[in-house]
Design a protein around this ligand. Structure first.
Ligand code: FAD
Length: 638
């Protein structure tokens, strides 16, 4: 070790005292200054330090800074401070300290080490400024933001150029973008497909009146359109100048859908009443004509006239049967109910189709021998199936194939929760599928409306499907439609089975279902009722279940229990992080993860195309407990 020359020490002391004097001189009056030796013992404090810490100079000198330590910072924080300054570097940071009267204050702190000729610190100067007010405001804002995050609504703040300044958790849920992704982005470009007149009107109103309320059509991250009830408020700065716009949006898409369903149902009802009235009057018009024809036919003897009367009769009768069809739609159907085996009905339909359809249409059918018995009006069910088959034929002018399949299905609570009109119970399901062009989602949403038709004016009345639905409903059943563009359509008619000896008891049927062996299944679905019923079913049948309400929650659970989770059952359409994104993220965590992707009409294929390799199996919603358990057993046991 080299001996230190006392003269050099004196020089260093002189230099450092000069530097200190320079620093103290250069500092602004509000600066809070302390100087310590290399162990941290305070040997100088200025008046500001005493003022803010509320200790006298005598109380401070000779002490460590511990005297003002508030216990707020971690050991790691203090260690970092010390290792930085002990290595000769400047440390900067914000510290919360405790004054003598137990109040807290925040200081923005810079600690500068003074180094000797060997580069070792021999004292430290801490220069601070009081930032208590700013920290209080920040904390208040943090608290407010945390409160805003509790809200279900999307709360956002934009500047006057539309750039997003604030985006709460509600907005993340509703739109699917995280706050980091959207801050600074243009709200107009992000949330609207094309800038609507509505949006421009809102912008105009906000500059005029300072507020605007109304409905808006916007798009989510996944491209889905949503309707929001929007409330805009202009925020001004302290000089009264417009600064930003606070927007609170409530997602009313579902409410609107229910409203329009309700309106449509009401419209159907009023059209029905109207059509029923007209049909009733027409019946009154046709009955005397038919009776008069009978009378006149008795009197007329020449053959030619008889022929003309025959033409009149057959046309009046056709008119009568059309009127009956309208009436059966309008009133619901009060046909005669008898116990019948639908097998015979289906066979009869197949026979008629084979005789009447062009050869370019292939007809297949599949009917099990043990089909349950239903209570039905044979003529009406015949009419329903014929309507479906005629539609299938009309959809395939160039030819194709029609398949008719009948089967026994136990609709359970699982299935019923996923299909609005389904009730749990045993059903005979007759499905008519075609290989035609399929229907768009818009067409699918309207097909059961009376008088809605995509056929040419002369070819369809638009009453076929609405009558079919009325008949099926009057039998206590429902219809499930599955259609995809370019892939064909499938109409499944569910008719309740009669409780007859020999029909399989549902409970007995359920005991044959494959059981789990405590395997852990992660169920991901944004709808609580589906999560709960699925959990209930799986637990009853021997599985252990974890549930997640969206993709991010699923990923967190999976990261934690990766080795225990045997299968992930995920919905495909979810807000925030949808099925495909969740599946890809899970596969990144574990390329061998076993996944069952469940989805409603058509979405499995659409969402899955080309992007969902590695999904063990797709499960169409609605699904029954039986389907779920069998699929799960298949996935688990190969
Ligand atoms: P401890 O549990 O005592 O220590 C945590 C870790 O820090 C230890 O494990 C150790 O690794 C390291 N450490 C602690 N003390 C020393 C030491 N003397 N030498 C080397 N490493 C050490 N503290 C405040 O609370 N507020 C201030 O405003 C403040 N200003 C400071 C200004 C200067 C110029 C200096 C030198 C220190 C300052 N300190 C301040 C730190 C203070 O001296 C104490 O170290 C600290 O308050 C102790 O906190 P603690 O009890 O949480 O940590």
């Amino acid at each position: 070790m080299t001996a230190i020359d006392p003269r050099s020490l004196d020089r260093e002391l002189e230099r450092s005292q000069k530097e200190l004097a320079d620093i103290k001189f250069a500092l602004d009056e509000s600066a809070i200054v302390a100087i310590t030796d290399q162990r941290g013992i305070i040997n100088y404090v200025n008046d500001k330090f005493c003022e803010i810490s509320k200790y006298s100079r005598d109380e401070l000198l000779g002490q460590d800074h511990r005297i003002i330590n508030s216990g707020y910072h971690s050991k790691e924080f203090i260690r970092n401070l010390w290792t930085t300054i002990a290595s000769g570097k400047v440390w900067r940071g914000e510290i919360r300290n405790r004054a003598k009267d137990a109040t807290y204050y925040w200081v923005d702190t810079t600690i500068v080490p003074f180094l000797n000729s060997e580069g070792k610190p021999y004292q430290y100067i801490a220069i601070r400024s009081d930032i208590t007010e700013r920290k209080r405001a920040e904390e208040q804002i943090k608290e407010q933001a945390a409160l805003l995050d509790q809200a279900q609504d999307a709360i956002l703040v934009r500047d006057l150029d539309q750039n997003i300044l604030f985006w709460n958790k509600g907005a993340e849920k509703i739109y699917g973008w995280s706050s980091e992704e959207v801050l600074g982005k243009n709200a107009g470009e992000l949330l609207f497909k094309d800038r609507s007149a509505q949006f421009d009107a809102a912008r105009f109103a906000i500059t005029q009146d300072g507020e605007w309320n109304g409905e808006m059509h916007q798009v989510r991250r996944d491209g889905r359109e949503i309707i929001v009830e929007s409330r805009w408020t202009l925020v001004r700065d302290e000089n009264g100048q417009p600064k930003s716009i606070l927007i609170i949006n409530t997602d009313v898409t579902e409410k609107k859908r229910m409203e329009s369903q309700f309106l449509r149902a009401q419209r159907m009802e009023s059209i029905g009443t109207l059509a029923g009235g007209i049909a009733h009057d027409l019946n009154n018009v046709l009955s005397p004509i038919l009776m008069a024809i009978d009378m006149l036919q008795l009197r007329v003897t020449d053959e030619n006239s008889k022929k003309w009367f025959e033409v009149m009769r057959s046309n009046a009768e056709r008119g009568g049967s059309m009127v009956r069809q309208v009436l059966s739609f309008a009133r619901g159907v009060e046909g005669e109910r008898v116990a019948l085996q639908p097998k015979h009905l289906v066979k009869e339909i197949v026979k008629i189709l084979r005789e009447t359809l062009p050869k370019s249409i292939e007809i297949n059918f599949q009917i099990p021998n043990d089909l349950w018995i239903i209570s039905a009006d044979a003529t009406q069910i015949h009419q329903v199936l014929m309507n479906l088959c005629v539609n299938a034929r009309d959809a395939m002018p160039e030819g194709g194939s029609i398949a008719i399949k009948a089967e026994n299905v136990f609709v359970d609570e699982n299935y019923a929760r996923m299909h609005i009109e389904a009730k749990p119970g045993r059903f005979v399901v007759i499905t008519v599928s075609d290989t035609g062009p399929g229907m768009t989602v818009e067409v699918q949403s309207r097909i059961f409306e009376p008088f809605f038709t995509t056929k040419e004016m002369t070819k369809g009345t638009g009453l076929g499907l609405s009558t079919a639905l009325t008949i099926v409903k009057s039998h206590g059943g429902f219809i499930n439609v599955y259609s995809e563009l370019h892939r064909g359509s499938q109409f499944s008619v569910y008719l309740p089975a009669l409780d007859m000896p020999g029909t399989i008891d549902s409970a007995a049927a359920q005991t044959d279902l494959p059981l789990g062996n405590g395997e852990l299944i992660l169920v991901v679905d944004d709808e609580e009722s589906i999560r709960e019923i699925t959990r209930g079913t799986l637990e009853t049948f021997g599985y252990t279940v974890l549930t997640a309400s969206d993709g991010t929650e699923a990923l967190a659970l999976y990261a934690d229990k990766k080795n225990e989770i045997a299968v992930v059952l995920t919905d495909m359409v979810m807000p925030f992080m949808d099925g495909p994104a969740t599946i890809r993220a899970l596969q990144r965590m574990n390329p061998k993860v076993r996944i069952i992707a469940a989805s409603g009409l058509g979405t499995v294929h659409r969402a899955g195309e080309g992007t969902l390799e590695g999904v063990s199996v797709f499960l169409n919603k609605p699904y029954t407990a039986e389907k779920l358990l069998k699929t799960l057993a298949d996935v688990l046991h190969g």
